[in-house]
Design a protein. Structure first.
Length: 357
């Protein structure tokens, strides 16, 4: 049942929290997904830009806070422009790689040098085309910061053999959220670097434990198979494949949901907008259950369950977020809108390269 509650009835009686509400229905999204897929195939991918706009409209307009829904204003042609640019860059690298390695290396360096700027424009595009109560969001992160986050820190990850990965995650989230604004009101992201390191430290320990357990089981199985002459090689190969699959499932259920849940909670629990704060209560165990059942649903339905899986996961993660108002939300929005109108809105040519962060 689709409902949009008013701010008074949406408030938690004990904390006055305003939860995010998602009212989208699976059957409606399935129709959008099926048409998008068919038209994208028939147009050799050209319709994918229009498909994205339809998808974003569905998710934004079915997501509400304090009785008001969000909205998306992206234009398909701007999205198509970004995708065409990304495709041409990729093709330039592929063609040069097959003809001249030295030219390919030069093209690769150019791509790496341009990519942070493209990602910065993509973030600007996404925020500029998102709105709440008619007031648009803004991304104010600098291009220099983008080069640090999207080029400098990834290189540091390589040099440190992965030890700097939590540092990059922290910098990325602070750049994304802390550089955003609602009208003239800026978000503040008080994300703890130590907390991110703790999350990935625990995840690393679990991953090592899973790897060691899988290796031990694999070793015992190989030793037993080799003790038998007939068909030993086939059994070993089968066992290797099975253990690899088992390890992948274990990582997916024991590590990935835990990290996703803890990082989301850490980011949103440290986020504020003026006097208003946010709270996230995603459960890693619940997220693991949704991930597993979604995967099984997609497999056994031959892919037809995919839109339902996407919607189910999005709904859980969105409805785990709530706002803790530090004052009257209506007055806050009105002041932000008036302040922005007084100075005018910056306009710039923006496009979306469609890179999920």
């Amino acid at each position: 049942m689709r409902i949009f509650l008013t701010s008074s009835c949406m408030m938690d009686k004990n904390t006055n929290a305003l939860p995010v509400v998602f009212s989208g229905q699976g059957r409606d999204y399935f129709g959008i997904w099926a048409v998008n897929l068919l038209l994208t195939i028939l147009t050799l991918g050209i319709y994918s830009a229009w498909a994205k706009v339809r998808r974003m409209h569905f998710f934004y307009r079915h997501t509400s806070l304090a009785g008001a829904a969000f909205d998306y204003h992206g234009e398909p042609l701007s999205i198509l422009k970004g995708r065409t640019l990304a495709f041409l860059m990729f093709m330039a690298y592929q063609i040069s790689a097959e003809t001249e390695p030295i030219v390919a290396a030069i093209v690769f360096v150019i791509l790496m040098a341009v990519m942070p700027w493209l990602l910065h424009r993509s973030l600007c595009f996404r925020m500029h085309n998102s709105s709440y109560r008619g007031l648009r969001f803004v991304f104010r992160g600098g291009v220099r910061q983008a080069y640090v986050v999207f080029l400098g820190l990834p290189l540091l990850i390589l040099i440190s053999l992965g030890l700097a990965f939590p540092l990059w995650v922290h910098a990325l989230k602070v750049y994304q959220y802390g550089s955003s604004a609602f009208g003239r009101s800026e978000f503040q992201c008080a994300l703890s670097r130590a907390e991110i390191y703790r999350i990935y430290l625990v995840a690393g320990v679990v991953a090592i434990g899973v790897t060691l357990a899988t290796t031990l089981l694999l070793g015992l199985g190989v030793a037993e198979s080799l003790s038998m002459d007939e068909g030993a090689e086939t059994r070993v190969l089968t066992m290797l494949g099975g253990m690899a699959l088992l390890a992948g499932f274990a990582m997916m259920l024991c590590v990935a949901p835990f990290v996703a849940a803890r990082v989301q909670n850490a980011v949103w629990n440290g986020l504020s907008l003026g006097p208003h704060r946010f709270r996230s209560v995603v459960s890693g165990r619940r997220l693991a259950f949704i991930t597993l059942t979604n995967l099984l649903g997609v497999i056994f339905s031959l892919g037809l369950y995919r839109p339902f899986a996407e919607l189910r996961l999005m709904k859980y993660r969105l409805q785990s977020i709530s706002m803790l108002p530090g004052g009257d939300l209506d007055d806050f929005v009105a002041l932000a809108e008036a302040d922005l109108a007084a100075i005018g809105e910056e306009s710039a040519e923006m496009f979306d390269v469609d890179v999920g962060l």
